[in-house]
Write a protein that binds this ligand. Structure first.
Ligand code: COA
Length: 707
């Protein structure tokens, strides 16, 4: 779906004119720093300082009011105290300013959301957009514009940074400068009352100077917009995300596992990955990844070799490769042919290629050159352990030349250097020259892993939703019936009807409202049976003692019926009880959970994981949003830790994974198409051997609150 970008967004990054409202003579004030930075950065457009005192600042005439500025203004930077911001924005919006960057703090971040809303609404209603409030400003290398109060010059380059946290953003700009990472743009989005990450990516996606985008996010307001723009952006360039701030929504009691787990940070991570973004846990990782992705070619294939002079370090790198999904080339015979001329007989030509502790810088170069010449090898990891034979003085010879040769040949080469002070001095200095070296194998390998993750994403064509034939009006009429009955969730027999319409198999179930009918139903279904309470006042049946399983004969049914009614009356004395459902006890299989919901932030999402009663403890689940095809659903299933159970353990045959995929497709389709339903959850979905399908044993369907 094409995205409606803000057609004016280039005016924010490349304004023809900028005004600083609250520009001050006093060097200690933010209003002074912003103006001074704009001047020092070499911005070529018109600059209008505004301050009621008038006069001159930085040799520029000061306007007493924005209304006195004779020409059109694209961007204003607002640096006046909070109580004056509305009036200032009002004047700007009335004058036709396109973007207002509100640096001022003191709005929704301290609970003053009303004033923030008043300001943004006034501006938006008049076509003016707001960045912030509570931001440090914007830097745009293309326009030589540094409208921030960052201390010092920002080096231009190819990484664009968008940050929700001002303080962390300022630190990250400083770190980028230490690492000699040039920036193409920096935007602080602060409270995101209007302009958000998605709006800004709308510009950066086609911005030629930006090669990698780094987002620091604390929370997302409009998940669908974010997902759509992120998907489009990652097709064009890598997007790295650091996200902090676990959502509290997960802690709120929700009526389904899908609901209570969906608010968690994991759902963001899963969906961001689905959209092709790379999620970094630290700023250090994020910078290493950014640098590698901005400066180096993506590998042409999957085969990576490790070249090391230390066996143990090679093993660590191997472990790291497994962790970050890097395939180590393992054609032993081919590796022998390539490396035996350059590896001593007591070394190893297997991957990791061990050139041994006696290797010198020259031996490294020979081994790298062999890897470089070979078409089967697509990427290399160099591990160096300082020794008397290979001292840090010769590192440059072993690292720099090989790195550039690999780069020119379109193969990534990354290094980990272990050693003393001289090694670490070299490492720091090489990194400043954008050579991918670290002092930790996991850091090195994680950057190559990010590169591969990105390559895998863009190598795959986007998928569409799976086509499904389903009688949606029939489901809607069940929902209407439930609504007219005054309930917000479906009884088991209603849910079973929805499953029948959706084509999801369920155990045979009958409804009984007396002991006699319960016995009759049990005989009709065939023993053993399960019995569950039917009451609109009892959603969590097992908590209320409303479930009895494995009932083998009439006597057990009689006892269980009495016990269920007693338990439920004791647990919820006011509950109106309609009777019990009697259903077939299903054969055992792997118990999965499949859920779908209309999420407040991300819209329709699906979930799959290991089912049973410990779902929220185990949290072995993954989420996806739409569009969603079968390939992505398969990926989702493979992501859960318990996936090997589906493949079969201890001689079991493989389970019916297609049946799990079909179930996800179908529950997702119901959520996408039946607006009246907010959550569907099947737990457990019992999955049998391949070809034998699955059964939805317990199905919970909850209706949308807004009707
Ligand atoms: N139009 C133009 N200028 C105005 C004005 C108006 N309507 N109202 C006030 N001003 C001027 C003031 O006269 C002053 O100029 P002066 O130094 O010549 O007297 C200037 O604006 C600033 O006002 P002042 O009252 O001195 O405030 P300040 O500079 O101490 O603080 C902020 C202003 C915006 C910096 C402060 O309120 C704030 O929010 N600080 C936090 C900023 C922050 O951390 N943001 C997030 C970063 S991540």
């Amino acid at each position: 779906m094409p995205i409606a970008h803000d057609n004016n967004i280039h005016f924010l990054f490349e304004p023809r004119s900028i005004a600083v409202i609250g520009a001050s003579q006093e060097p200690g004030k933010i209003g002074h720093a912003v103006l001074a930075n704009i001047r020092a950065g070499g911005y070529k457009g018109e600059i209008y300082p505004v301050n009621p005192s008038g006069g001159q600042i930085e040799n520029l005439p000061v306007y007493k009011s924005i209304l006195d500025v004779p020409s059109e203004i694209d961007v204003v930077s607002i640096v006046v105290p909070a109580k004056f911001v509305f009036d200032v924005v009002k004047q700007c919006a009335d004058k036709g300013v396109k973007y207002g960057i509100i640096i001022t703090s003191g709005f929704s971040e301290i609970g003053n959301a009303e004033e923030e809303h008043r300001i943004t609404s006034y501006a938006n209603d008049r076509g003016m957009r707001i960045v912030g409030p509570n931001v440090f400003g914007i830097y745009s290398a293309t326009a030589n514009l540094n409208a921030t109060f960052i201390n010092g010059r920002i080096p231009p380059g190819r990484l664009a940074m968008i940050t929700q946290s001002g303080a962390l953003g300022l630190t990250m700009v400083g770190q980028a400068s230490v690492e000699n990472i040039g920036l193409s743009a920096v935007v602080s989005v602060g409270n995101k009352s209007d302009v958000d990450e998605a709006d800004l990516m709308g510009y950066l996606i086609t911005h030629a100077d930006t090669q990698v985008i780094l987002l620091y996010i604390e929370g997302i307001r409009d998940g669908r917009k974010f997902i759509n723009v992120l998907k489009e952006t990652t097709r064009a360039k890598p997007v790295i995300i650091i996200k902090s701030g676990r959502s509290q929504r997960g802690a709120i009691a929700a009526a389904s596992h899908t609901g209570s787990l969906a608010g968690s940070d994991e759902v963001f991570g899963d969906i961001a990955r689905q959209c092709g973004a790379l999620r970094a846990v630290s700023t250090k990782d994020a910078f290493y990844w950014s640098k590698l992705l901005a400066d180096n070619p993506l590998p042409a294939g999957e085969n990576t070799v490790i070249i090391t002079n230390g066996g143990g370090a090679g093993v660590m790198a191997t472990d790291a490769c497994e962790k970050y999904g890097i395939s180590l080339y393992n054609d032993v015979e081919h590796l022998r042919q390539v490396f035996s001329p350059v590896v001593p007989t007591f070394g190893s030509t297997k991957n990791p290629v061990d050139i041994t502790g006696q290797a010198s810088a020259g031996d490294y170069t020979k081994a790298f050159s062999a890897a470089l010449r070979d078409d089967q090898i697509h990427a290399a990891i160099g591990i160096y352990c300082e020794s008397a034979l290979f001292t840090a003085e010769t590192l440059q010879e072993a690292v720099d030349r090989n790195y550039y040769q690999f780069k020119n040949a379109g193969k990534p080469l990354v290094f980990t250097l272990f050693g003393g002070e001289k090694t670490s001095n070299y490492e720091r200095e090489a990194r400043r020259r954008s050579i991918p070296v670290t002092d930790d194998v996991y850091e090195t390998v994680s950057s190559l892993g990010a590169m591969y993750a990105y390559k895998h994403y863009i190598d795959e064509l986007p998928e569409n939703d799976v086509a499904v034939n389903m009688d949606v009006p029939a489901i809607d009429s069940i929902i209407h019936h439930v609504i007219s009955d005054g309930r917000s969730f479906l009884f088991a027999h209603d849910a079973q009807k929805v499953m029948d319409i959706a084509g999801i198999r369920t155990p045979k179930t009958l409804k009984a409202s007396s002991i006699q009918t319960a016995m009759k139903c049990a005989r009709e279904i065939g023993y053993p049976v399960a019995m569950k309470i039917i009451s609109k006042d009892i959603l969590h049946k097992s908590d209320a003692g409303g479930i009895a399983l494995n009932l083998e004969n009439d006597n057990e049914v009689i006892d269980a019926y009495g016990a269920i009614i007693r338990n439920c009356r004791a647990a919820v004395p006011t509950a109106s009880i309609e009777g019990v459902s009697v259903s077939e006890m299903v054969a055992t299989g792997i118990e999965m959970i499949v859920g779908a919901r209309r999420d407040n932030i991300f819209g329709p999402i699906v979930m799959v994981g290991l089912g049973g009663i410990y779902v929220e403890v185990m949290k072995d689940i993954t989420f996806r949003s739409y569009p969603l095809g079968r390939r992505e659903i398969m990926k989702m299933i493979k992501e859960i830790h318990s996936y090997p159970l589906l493949l079969g353990v201890r001689g079991e045959k493989i389970h019916d994974i297609d049946a799990v995929i079909d179930t996800i497709v179908k529950v997702g389709f119901v959520i996408l198409n039946c607006a009246g339903i907010s959550d569907i959850e099947i737990n457990p979905l019992v999955v049998y051997g391949q070809g034998d399908g699955s059964k939805a044993v317990d199905v919970r369907i909850i209706l949308s609150k807004e009707r």
